[in-house]
Design a binder for this molecule. Structure first.
Ligand code: AMP
Length: 418
């Protein structure tokens, strides 16, 4: 039998309710903050990602699904959204007639990673981006939106880690200090980190290697190298977060994987997840528009990993309302009864009820069993006797109470009073 590609998953009807719950929450929370949805193609020209994410990042180096299409053009399945979103904003001149743009997105993303719990090759992200404002208030707004979503999903405990990478001047200054410190400890670093030393030293701070961690424990931290502007930006973010009752922890080694971040970076972690405990993160990326060939445009945003949010929801045993709940099951016991049931089912569906009926000409007992299995709130039973008397049996499946009601008037029955 042909199996799905490694690291990909079918979303089965049993779990699709969770997805609707997530999608509904994303839509509602985004609207509360004035963010509108943007949908872009699932693939882009490769340079959209290679020019923005950074040549020395894992994503661009190892993880992109890149192929030549039939015309020989290099195409990449999107590994993340921010670069594609900026491409779309520029192409559609979305910032021409307004100085500030609030956008959100949801959809599948693709990275060739080693699959494990919480790590897939096709996964989903929700994200939001606030484009056009350099003020720390917009960093705060996107974190508040993220927090609103987490609360609306019913996730009680999580950690928000916060750091500042400062402006470019601060980062250059810090990078020099970091490189010289790491060079002094070169022989204790892992092979990967030694390779990154010149090209992308900040990424070494992300390392999980034990030897690296020992060295990093004594490394200079970026927050000590922030200039006045960077420091003041970070202080404002922290103070507004505190004013909003948002708890955070400063994590001076948090740099996040991508090259385009500046100033605020943040990450959400949950103890309900295993080794892959980060369920989202983001930051400010004031330089990305320039990298993609446009004028400098400040921006900040974040993304959640939806499968990881889903794992938290499962660990909490939270089951959202069943979208497919069966309100009414119509038990029909003859071809004539089926014809009548079909008509009534149509009328009641038009009134907004979910109505199902037997298609296998099963016995009364089997149909009742099926109604129970589907969790039907009510059943209507129509057989020969009911057709002769013109009244159907209406049964409340919760308490077993049943009444007789005129078949021609079933459409007017208020089931909630039964
Ligand atoms: P990133 O775009 O790398 O900042 O990731 C943002 C969030 O997406 C992470 O915190 C994860 O929750 C999720 N994520 C990233 N990569 C994967 C993956 N391969 N499988 C599942 N979730 C992922």
């Amino acid at each position: 039998m042909i199996q799905a590609v490694k690291g990909t998953k079918d979303i089965l009807p049993d779990t699709v309710n969770n997805w609707y719950f997530f999608e509904g929450t994303f839509r509602k929370s985004s609207a509360k903050f004035g963010y509108r949805e943007l949908r872009t193609p699932i693939f882009e020209k490769t340079e959209v990602f290679s020019r923005s994410i950074g040549d020395n990042t894992d994503i661009v180096n190892k993880e992109m699904y890149t192929f030549l299409d039939k015309s020989g053009e290099s195409i990449t399945l999107r590994p993340e959204m921010t670069a594609a979103l900026v491409r779309s904003v520029l192409q559609n001149s979305m910032l021409h007639d307004q100085p500030l743009l609030r956008l959100w997105y949801f959809g599948p993303f693709f990275r060739y990673e080693r699959p494990q719990k919480g790590r897939l090759r096709q996964f989903h992200q929700y994200g939001a981006e606030c484009l056009g404002s350099a003020y720390p208030e917009s960093d705060v707004e996107v974190i508040l939106l993220a927090n609103n979503i987490i609360a609306s999903l019913g996730i009680p405990k999580y950690k928000l880690f916060l750091n500042s990478l400062g402006n470019e001047a601060s980062r250059i200054n810090y990078k020099d200090k970091l490189i010289s410190f790491l060079k002094d400890n070169n022989e204790k670093l892992s092979y990967d980190s030694r390779m990154r030393l010149e090209a992308n030293p900040l990424r070494i701070l992300d390392s999980k290697d034990e030897g690296d961690l020992e060295v990093l424990a004594h490394a200079p931290v970026i927050t000590d190298y922030l200039d006045h502007e960077s420091r003041s930006h970070f202080e404002t973010v922290k103070s507004f977060l505190s004013d909003s009752g948002i708890e955070y922890e400063i994590q001076p080694r948090l740099v996040r994987g991508l090259d385009y971040y500046s100033h605020t970076v943040f990450e959400f972690q949950s103890s309900y997840l295993g080794a892959q405990d980060s369920f989202g993160g983001g930051g400010r990326y004031d330089g990305l528009f320039e990298q993609l060939g446009s004028k400098r445009t400040p921006a900040v945003g974040f993304a959640f990993g939806v499968e990881r949010l889903m794992l938290i929801l499962e660990a909490l045993n939270n089951t959202p309302e069943d979208y497919y709940k069966c309100d009414l099951y119509m038990i029909n016991l003859s071809p004539e009864a089926y014809a009548i049931s079909m008509k009534i089912a149509g009328d009641l569906r038009n009134k907004g009820m979910n109505v199902m009926l037997d298609l296998l000409k099963r016995s009364f007992k089997s149909q009742i069993r099926e109604a129970n299995k589907l969790g039907a709130k009510w059943t209507i039973i129509i057989g020969e006797d009911e057709i002769n008397s013109g009244t159907a049996i209406v049964k409340n499946m919760n308490d077993g109470e049943q009444i007789h009601h005129e078949i021609n008037d079933l459409v007017n029955l208020d089931f909630n009073t039964l």
